[in-house]
Design a protein around this ligand. Structure first.
Ligand code: TRP
Ligand code: CA
Ligand code: ZN
Length: 314
């Protein structure tokens, strides 16, 4: 049985005890990995990325879809930010429906590469719109979290890897390609995969994936601390990029603020918003622009992304 996030505290305690027993000096030893709290992620910075993704769509026929120039331009934008922040970036190329697609993988140097914590989001839109909530929102929050790791000079115990997937809208193509091309040994090194697909829906709900219990608890605890009730994500389990990881036996989790399903009166009582309306009325349509974002939901979820990345990599 695999205990992805519960084993290390014990192991660290054992190491500390061993150091004490040997009585050896630790002067000159490498600095201990920091267990600092995650920083507050700036909503303005996340929204600045969304503005850039919107501009990219507007300059490229109104979308950022697989096989279209707006997709590659989105990838180049994210990659440049990560390269400047000290990430080791890799573009993974694949073909789907006769067109070239790309995943972007960014590794933060350091940490135990036998324990990899991954956070990812799909960067492609549908062809009918700019895809700002779906999924500029997750892409921008993951990007800003990665940049926050660099700014903080954060060096957790585990190795951090961030990913932006291509061709999710064609059926999880990019993430499936990534998982399928990993060796069994490298797959086994992934302690957890966190997925963020639609986290700024205008008529937001606060949904947590009901998958790996430790990951789920990390998110639930964060929202409980804010006094925001959550529900289990049920709007099509397996409909995003965590599914290939889950199928391969990797512990997964994630957040979601809702797509085309309607918000109920009971949900309005806990979260506000409008009953009998979709969580995202612009889902997969041309109005999924920078106007189609709930700032409060995007801010809370972006902070939750950083919280989970920090907490699960300690
Ligand atoms: N992945 C879907 C899309 O991009 C959106 C979606 C539907 C979703 N149900 C979900 C995302 C459940 C996460 C969880 O169009
Ligand atoms: Ca914030
Ligand atoms: Zn999506």
């Amino acid at each position: 049985m695999k205990l992805p996030f519960s084993g290390r505290a014990l192991a660290a305690g054992t190491v500390a005890a061993a150091l004490l027993l040997t009585g050896g000096s630790i002067a000159g030893a490498a600095p201990a990995p920091s267990a600092a709290a995650a920083p507050d992620i700036s909503l303005a910075s996340v929204k600045a990325h969304l503005t850039q993704l919107q501009s990219i769509a507007s300059a490229n026929g109104g979308n950022r879809a697989h096989g279209r120039p707006g997709y590659k331009a989105s990838l180049d934008y994210v990659k440049a930010k990560l390269d400047a922040a000290g990430y080791t970036t890799t573009i993974q190329q694949f073909t789907s429906s006769g067109r070239t697609g790309y995943n972007l993988i960014a590794d933060w140097p350091g940490g135990d590469t036998n324990q990899v914590v991954m956070a990812g989001s799909h960067l492609d839109s549908v062809s009918s719109g700019p895809g700002i909530n779906d999924n500029g929102s997750g892409s921008a929050a993951v990007l800003e979290t990665a940049l926050a790791v660099s700014r903080a000079g954060h060096h957790p115990t585990k190795h951090l890897r961030f990913a932006w997937w291509g061709a999710e809208e064609l059926g999880l193509v990019g993430s499936r390609y990534y998982v399928n091309t990993l060796s069994a040994a490298n797959r086994a090194k992934i302690s957890g995969y966190l997925n963020f697909d639609m986290i700024g829906s205008r008529n937001a709900g606060y949904f947590v994936y009901d998958d790996d219990p430790a990951i789920e608890k990390t998110f639930k605890d964060y929202f409980a601390g804010l006094g925001v009730p959550t529900e289990i994500e049920t709007e099509g389990d397996g409909r995003s990029d965590h599914a290939p990881f889950k199928s391969a036996g990797v512990p997964v989790g994630g957040l979601f603020t809702g797509a085309s399903r309607y918000k109920t009166a009971a949900q309005v009582a806990k979260w506000g918003g409008t009953a009998g309306q979709a969580f995202d009325r612009c889902y997969h349509s041309s109005c999924d622009t920078t106007s189609n974002i709930n700032d409060t939901a995007l801010d809370r979820n972006s902070d939750a992304v950083a919280h989970a990345v920090w907490k699960l990599s300690e």
